[in-house]
Design a protein around this ligand. Structure first.
Ligand code: GCO
Ligand code: MN
Ligand code: MN
Length: 385
């Protein structure tokens, strides 16, 4: 089926760390061999991806010399060329190294915060060199187990100083880069700071250059927090702050699973895809997920192909939703009751509203055809419509 074959303009991307994930978990060692970045680029081109993203240390070991770094980057650039792949996003690893065991930008130790800035600036230089447009900041260690250790207000000041510092750095170098902040409620810390996309959106407004900073919401993270990912993304989109997105899946109440996109929560994934497509959102469809620990390299490819396929299936379902006469008739009926009309203040309008006699009982007697509407969606998603 042609329509389920990805095209470059679909902008599907993966991180090196996703298809390169070796299946280690807190209770078990790696089950898959290391695949070098160049091989991962090839694998991604085979499954139909448009681009590849990475953390600095997915590509360049943390202890590499300048000479080694240059050789690695040159080889990687050649692979990008050979397989016609872009690097739309780069990010920095501020969580693996023991130096960050108590945070990076929010650490109590100023030298740790300075080192985190240095590491990020070096990664930003590489991002610019490779033509990335978005730089993601995920504060994997920005959190606590012991609330006595940090005043949670100081933490925000430190976070803000660092993001402000990095915005100035980008401006100073005339880089065409925007930042996208990624929230997560917990894992690996007991509590992570700025735990939801909503928290990030509020934080961004307190920065020196809010226009340079948006969000990178992740399906699994909002789901871990028990939130509706579709609603969170809608808020970011409406605020003009959806700079990037991490697509994956997650069972509620579990550890961070990073499952194949739309493998669990079909309905939320459907509304999400419909939202992005209806909005004509121009960003990358980035999958931040990994194959089950049971898989080998074939399984990794099946995983990556599955992420893409599920997006394309849901995109088609969204189109059918928009063309379905019965569904649209119900939505039309709802709109006919003034759903889309703005409610604007004027002194006259306020006075008129205060005077009006509302038939409160009639309003309360009105029923809404949502059982029918939802079942139509279920029929559509389950393939009998
Ligand atoms: C997680 C995170 C990470 C980040 C990535 C980008 O696994 O909890 O989602 O995968 O997205 O590190 O910085
Ligand atoms: Mn992520
Ligand atoms: Mn995650």
């Amino acid at each position: 089926m042609d329509r389920l074959i990805p095209k470059p303009e679909d902008h599907f991307t993966f991180g090196l760390w996703t298809v390169g994930n070796r299946g280690r978990d807190p209770f078990g060692v790696e089950v898959r061999p290391v695949l070098p970045p160049v091989r991962l680029v090839q694998l991604l081109s085979e499954v139909g991806a448009y681009g590849v993203n990475f953390h600095d240390n997915d590509l360049i070991p943390i202890d590499a010399t300048f000479h080694e770094r240059d050789a690695i980057v040159a080889e990687f650039k050649q692979a990008l060329k050979d397989y016609n792949m872009r690097v739309p996003m780069v990010t920095v690893n501020l969580f693996t190294d023991p130096a960050f065991r108590d945070g990076a930008f929010t650490s109590n130790v100023r030298a740790v915060r300075e080192y985190a800035l240095q590491k990020t600036m070096v990664s930003i230089d590489l991002a610019a060199e490779l033509g990335a447009e978005v730089f993601v900041l995920w504060g994997g260690r920005e959190g606590t187990e012991v609330d006595a250790s940090k005043d949670a207000r100081d933490v925000l000041k430190r976070y803000r100083e660092c993001v402000d510092f990095l915005c100035e750095y980008v401006l100073d170098h005339n880089y065409a880069l925007k930042f996208a902040l990624e929230a997560k409620p917990n894992e690996p810390r007991g509590d992570l700071f700025l735990p939801t996309t909503g928290s990030m959106l509020a934080f961004i407004e307190t920065l020196a250059h809010p226009e340079m900073v948006g969000v990178n919401p992740e399906f699994a993270h909002e789901t871990m927090a028990g939130l509706n990912f579709y609603h969170q993304v809608a808020q970011a989109l409406e605020a003009g702050k959806l700079f990037h997105i991490d697509l994956n899946d997650q069972k509620i109440g579990r550890f961070d699973q990073d499952l194949r996109f739309a493998s669990e929560n079909f309905k939320t994934a459907f509304y999400l895809v419909k939202l992005l497509e209806d909005a004509g959102w121009q960003g990358m469809r980035h999958f931040d997920a990994h194959a089950y620990r049971t898989e080998d390299e074939e399984g990794v490819k099946a995983f990556a192909r599955g992420c893409i396929r599920n997006y394309l299936i849901l995109r088609e379902k969204a189109q059918r939703f928009n063309e379905d006469p019965e569904i649209q008739a119900i939505l039309q009926q709802l709109r006919a009751e003034g759903g889309d009309e703005p409610l604007l203040y004027s002194p006259e309008m306020a006075a008129a509203l205060k005077q009006r006699n509302f038939d409160r009982v009639a309003l309360g007697e009105k029923a809404y055809p949502y059982e029918k509407l939802d079942q139509l969606v279920v029929d559509l998603l389950l393939g009998v419509r």
